[in-house]
Design a protein around this ligand. Structure first.
Ligand code: R5P
Length: 295
């Protein structure tokens, strides 16, 4: 069946790559801002009954979320039969539970709104906690990880590396990357000396001295987490340190912070357009759409 990929300006490059991968038409949403700051979007031509909307929600997240809600409503309004949504970076996914009483489960609010607006299926990329999708959605959904693609980009840039997650929670990514690179993996553990109170951060098991290290995480936002990880690995006398992330949000001087900490190279994907978005997630989104997204 023929399909359209509809792009907003948030993700036009990725949407074009996706349209090519799918052999679909590409349509760009019209967008503008009213004098009072409100968003406006318009579908400029009739898309195919089967439409994939690509819209990513990196900062300014609130504005991009409103654009997303309006774009979905507009597409339903022009009679799209089946609307599949690809959100390469899903904002608010880190607030996936009520850490303090009285807080919202923000990811739940976002997902429920999308479902309520009539989205038929959702594809996300390396969403902070994939369980959130099962918890809040009844529509078909898929979450894809670009780990093999990041590993392929690293290729010969590293030699017999150790893959390290910045914390235990990110260990599954390190494990997947290690599998792709046929390498060892570990995570950084924080320990406090009970006598001196000194805090040390070091790999739990593997000695990284003289070895190439790949640090892998989902998001680099302020760069604080990764800079601390890089410093810890440098202290252990690693050789080359390469940082790989899915979502290079890179708030302010995040990249400088990570390089100053001692990284040799930082790479990311095009879920967030950035100066380090070397790897495209278009092929894995296309595959998910064909396999699981009801495409
Ligand atoms: C945390 O749970 C995430 O996996 C990232 O490590 C974190 O969001 C990165 O944020 P920042 O770059 O601000 O330290």
């Amino acid at each position: 069946m023929s399909a359209s990929v509809v792009a907003t300006s948030s993700s036009a490059g990725l949407a074009a790559r996706l349209a090519r991968s799918l052999g679909a038409d590409l349509l760009l949403m019209e967008e503008k801002t009213f004098p009072d700051g409100e968003c406006y979007v318009r579908v400029p031509a009739r898309p195919s009954p089967l439409t994939v909307l690509v819209h990513t929600t990196y900062p300014d997240q609130d504005r991009r979320l409103v654009q997303l809600f309006l774009a979905v409503e507009a597409l339903k309004g022009v009679g799209v039969d089946r609307l599949v949504l690809a959100v390469p970076y899903l904002a608010y996914a880190r607030q996936d539970r009520r850490f303090l009483e009285g807080e919202p489960v923000s990811v739940g609010a976002v997902l429920r709104t999308l479902e309520g607006l009539g989205v038929d299926a959702l594809v996300t990329v390396d969403v902070h906690k994939p369980e959130s999708l099962h918890e809040w959605l009844r529509i078909p959904h898929a979450n894809v990880l670009p780990i093999r693609e990041l590993a392929a980009y690293l290729g010969s840039r590293v030699e017999d590396p150790v893959v390290v997650a910045p914390d235990r929670g990110a260990l599954h990514r390190a494990e997947a990357m290690a599998r792709a690179l046929n390498a060892e993996y570990d995570y950084l553990e924080k320990a406090r000396d009970r006598v001196t109170g000194e805090v040390t951060v070091k790999p739990k098991e593997v000695d990284v001295a003289g070895r190439d290290v790949v640090i892998v995480d989902d998001i680099i936002s302020t760069g604080g987490t990764i800079a601390e990880a890089v410093r810890a690995i440098r202290k252990e006398k690693a050789c080359k340190i390469i940082v790989a992330c899915t979502h290079p949000i890179l708030v302010e001087n995040a990249l400088v912070k990570v390089y100053e900490a001692g990284a040799d190279m930082v790479i990311g994907t095009d879920t967030v357009p950035s100066q380090i978005s070397y790897v495209s997630v278009a092929p894995i989104i296309a595959k998910a759409l064909k396999n699981k997204g009801g495409y």
